[in-house]
Ligand binder design. Sequence first.
Ligand code: AMP
Ligand code: ZN
Length: 458
Amino acid sequence: MRLFNTLTRKKEELKPIKKGQIGLYTCGPTVYHYAHIGNLRTYIFEDLLKRALIYDGLKVNHVMNITDVGHLTSDQDSGEDKMEVGAKRENKTAWEIAEFYTKAFQADMKKLNMLQPSKWCKATDHIKEQIELIKQLEKKGYTYKIEDGIYFDTGKLKDYGKLARLDIKGLQEGARIDVRGKKNKTDFALWKFSPDEGKRQMEWSSPFGKGFPGWHLECSAMAQKYLGNPFDIHCGGIDHIPVHHTNEIAQTEAATGKPLANMWLHGEFLIDKEGKMSKSKGDILTLSTVEEKGYDLLAYRYLCLTTHYRMPLSFSWEALDGAKNALNHLREKVQSLTIKDKKTKNSEVYQKKFKEAINDDLNMPNALATLWDALKDNTLSNADKKEIIQEADKVLGLDLANKPKTEKIPLEVIQWAKEREVARKEKDWKKSDEAREKIKQAGYSIEDSEQGFKIKKQ
Ligand code: AMP
Ligand code: ZN
């Protein structure tokens, strides 16, 4: 398999460190809110990678962390802990917030047919390991203490910023420093002290003082514990390149003298009309919203497959409708393969093409095109087509053998229909007309009968 390595900016042949096995680390969610469908695009890309590796006969040891402390609202080590933001927003404890949104994330993964990681690990369960890592860095002279915490001195590394190819000199000259006392603009917190006044919900004693770990530290500590260094592949979204992954590399290499991972893969963003989708914008599009609108959620997975993971993907409801229709069409084709016949040799060329596409840096648009071509090819028997689909679905994860989903009526449309019913009973014709109009705008019509109303797709 050839994969694009962000570290070298080249497609490289994947060479497993241990024969037949892959160590894979994917940076997990910060569980202070629901994941938005942009976050989920990144996890779908990682799931496709994992499935493709398994398809190639490799055993994948997949570790995913849960960030439940220390991820601040600013990448510059200032601002609030996102967990405390979530706690205030919902009037719950940070621990309750973490538990609730971890479960919500895991449910989203399941709904999108993502395989479970081999190992889930939480930052708050690995405070000891993180403290150990700071102690190692301290011993080697990479740390310094300032008023608000223990920092990593990036000036001590010759190649700091190599993943992102950062212009360190330009950065140093240009930008302001958010935290007082930092030696270099790029230095980052390893351990932040609890504030003098007010108690933090999440804080621990350490040899450096009471406080909590910096966000980047957890991934270095847990990857080392569960995968060792170096391991094969580390993934995340592109926003992780300049800060989070750059700092993970700095810490691990400084502490162990070994590379963190051999290959770094990054997924491009899902964008909408306003640009990048982000949790901090507040108004986020979640999987539940998509579900409430009546969509089969695998239509979103299909949509993600239509664009290569290193290209931005624009989200619109029209695009999702297109993906939904294509997925249903594929499933109808599968259902129509009823006549029993024998396999021929003609299918091999498609199997080969499919494998080549996924092994070429996960070229899913090509893999999908191959599948469509196979289904249209009259020289293939039904048995051939069935086998091709079954094999392809091991990677695509689209439940292609399922019957096309009969469309569910969106919850909001049902709600409007109920409101209209009440308005009619109360002879509030204005309100009932308004409800009918909203239903029409959403692409549905309503018919009344003695048994009640019936909603139909227009
Ligand atoms: P977070 O929960 O904020 O730590 O983000 C979880 C994952 O989603 C990370 O790998 C991010 O790089 C990724 N991500 C954030 N925003 C987007 C987006 N708009 N499109 C795709 N991936 C994203
Ligand atoms: Zn990470």
